[in-house]
Design a binder for this molecule. Structure first.
Ligand SMILES: [Zn+2]
Length: 466
């Protein structure tokens, strides 16, 4: 997938055409398609230039967020990060609630799972637009050329763990919403911003916990934008499904000099791998999907062998292993599947390969254990939040947005399945390929453009214009 760099973007935005009376801006697609907003031109220009003038503030906010190392696992520093967001939004008239996911995996006094939800009511009734960002980041890992939590600014980029995934997006959404409020515009409905935890480990102490308690359902919320890093000119309408499972083959321990007296679980696992290559991988390749997954390689069902562990644990400190036949071998598989595939069928494909092997291979015994699953999620690209965001991209970036799906999953799954809220997309400034990498960064120009896109999308959604 070619990356989109903001350096190519035109310097400025409000595009398109004036109506004959000169008072309205119509953002249209390709000149001929339907208008999506019909808001006063001056209001749009005012908000866009207000955001443009807050570049330093957007950078500083991103830096502040990145300098709180909310590494997950174990779930460090969630409280100060949530409180930074809450305290800032409280000064703009938001009602701030902190929800600790008590009893969630990993929640304890040392690492409390603290989520923050801020809501601001408009003066008139109307829909609620919600921006949801996860505040946790993955560990820094090796290979950095800058300190991972210093949020260094260099060459128009902010570097650091979480700049791209996704504290830059969180900062962009806060700056967008503040500009809307500060513009003095008469905003109906309500705006919410949440900072939630544990997305990187499944979201169970974050969005899932909140969704189970009604925080992501109608009538409280109508439209959700998740500023995950999917590139500044793309609207992400969903993600593939996930099935993690562990396959264990069984053997019988014996002396390594007489392996014929035992039964090697590792050789059985070798036979499993051979059947995967012969039968399963070609079957996965034959499947097709309507999901616009990026990058292209992810537009088919995939299976990764995540790990294999067989036999005794390797001795540490230079000690020699002892000669034994492995009586157990375990393999963790990571199967990603499409909206057209049923998870029962996905599981059965693997089970059938194993059962067929058992018919022909003497003494082959196995166990298959589920570890984790996520059902695919996809919003219609004509959904209001998708269209409002696409239209705002056309206005701000003057280019046709792409509708995509993510190869991996993110919190949309919980909003869709638990909250039963379909009108949800991911849209944010980060470059997808940089997520979780060393020297992760966000391009400051992208941060500002995405903030403008978020503000325009919010305006049109609150006014029911999408
Ligand atoms: Zn993320």
């Amino acid at each position: 997938m070619a990356l989109v760099r903001s350096a190519q973007y035109p310097q400025f935005y409000p595009c398109t055409e004036r109506k004959p009376n000169g008072r309205k801006l119509n953002a249209t697609a390709g000149g001929g398609r339907r208008a999506v907003y019909d808001l006063p031109m001056t209001a749009i220009e005012h908000v866009l230039s207000l955001i443009e003038s807050r570049r330093d503030d957007a950078v500083a906010l991103t830096q502040e967020l990145v300098r709180i190392p909310t590494v997950n696992p174990p779930g460090d520093a969630y409280r100060p990060c949530a409180e930074l967001i809450g305290a800032r939004l409280a000064t703009r008239g938001f009602n701030v609630t902190y929800v600790r996911a008590e009893g969630a995996a990993g929640d304890n006094e040392r690492h409390p799972r603290i989520n923050v939800i801020a809501r601001r009511e408009g003066k008139r009734p109307g829909p609620c637009v919600h921006f949801n960002s996860h505040i946790d980041v993955v560990e820094a890992g090796h290979g950095w050329t800058v300190p991972p939590f210093d949020a260094v600014v260099k060459n128009g980029k902010i570097y650091g763990r979480g700049t791209c995934d996704m504290k830059g997006g969180l900062a962009a959404s806060i700056v967008a919403v503040e500009a809307l409020i500060d513009s003095g515009m008469d905003l109906p409905g309500a705006i919410e911003i949440s900072g939630t935890v544990d997305e990187e480990s499944g979201g169970f102490g974050g969005v899932a916990y909140l969704a189970e308690r009604g925080w992501f359902s109608k009538p409280r919320v109508d439209h959700v934008i998740i500023p995950e890093p999917l590139n500044v000119d793309r609207v992400c309408i969903g993600h593939r499904g996930v099935w993690w499972a562990e396959i264990e083959t069984k053997g019988r321990i014996a002396h390594g000099s007489m392996p014929f007296l035992g039964d090697s679980a590792i050789r059985h696992m070798g036979a499993v791998l051979e059947r995967f290559e012969r039968d399963l991988y070609p079957a996965l390749k034959r499947k097709t999907t309507s999901m616009p997954v990026v990058p292209d390689g992810a537009r088919e069902s995939t299976l990764n062998i995540n790990s294999i562990h067989g036999g005794q644990v390797e001795p540490q400190g230079g000690a020699m292993p002892s000669p034994v036949v492995a009586d157990s071998c375990r393999m963790v598989i990571d199967r990603r599947f499409m909206i057209e595939e049923d998870i029962g069928v996905v599981k059965n494909e693997v089970r059938e390969v194993l059962n067929r092997l058992a018919e022909s291979r003497p003494d082959f015994r196995y166990e298959l254990r589920d570890l984790f699953e996520v059902i695919p999620s996809m919003t219609n690209k004509d959904a209001p939040v998708a269209q409002a965001t696409a239209s705002a991209i056309r206005t701000v970036l003057q280019r046709e947005p792409a509708f995509i799906c993510s190869p991996g999953s993110y919190d949309q799954k919980h909003i869709d399945r638990i909250g039963k809220l379909k009108d949800c997309i991911a849209y944010g400034p980060g470059i997808l390929d940089l997520a979780h990498q060393p020297d992760e960064y966000v391009v400051i120009a992208d941060l500002m453009r995405s903030s403008q896109v978020m503000a325009l999308a919010t305006m049109s959604l609150l006014n029911g214009r999408a």
